[in-house]
Structure formats: structure tokens, C-alpha cells
Write a protein that binds this ligand. Structure first.
Ligand SMILES: [Zn+2]
Ligand SMILES: [Zn+2]
Length: 65
């Protein structure tokens, strides 16, 4: 199982920790699945990705697995 790395700060998101996912479709298609360690990192991602309408969801891994 590959560990997740925050797309903004490259910090490891440890297994069991909740990750922030961008709701914009282009961030979730193909092999590019962006995850962020915190909402602050997601907020930094939004202007760089030029999202006009961006949202995020918190992935609670303990509930999902
Ligand atoms: Zn981060
Ligand atoms: Zn995005």
C-alpha cells in the first residue's frame, strides 16, 4: 500500500490519519490523485491549480476502510 504524501508540503500523511481531497474533477482523474495533510495546504493548492470553484472533502480513513 502506497503511503500518501501531501501535494503541497510533501509531508507524509500517516495511515489512519484523515486526508483532505480536492473536489475538482481534474485533481482526481487518472493517476493524479491529490491529497493534502491539512486544509491550509489545500488552500495553497487552489490558486496554483487555478480552480474557479473549489471545494474539499475530508477523507476519514477509519470510516472508509
Ligand atoms: Zn501539507
Ligand atoms: Zn484541486
Amino acid at each position: 500500500m502506497a503511503s500518501l504524501v501531501c501535494a503541497t508540503c510533501r509531508k507524509l500523511i500517516p495511515p489512519g490519519a484523515s486526508a483532505i481531497r480536492c473536489t475538482v474533477a481534474s485533481c482526481n482523474t487518472g493517476r493524479l490523485k491529490l491529497r493534502f495533510c491539512s486544509v491550509a495546504c489545500w488552500e495553497k493548492h487552489v490558486p496554483t491549480a487555478r480552480h474557479r470553484k473549489a471545494g474539499y472533502v475530508v477523507e476519514d480513513k477509519s470510516a472508509a476502510e
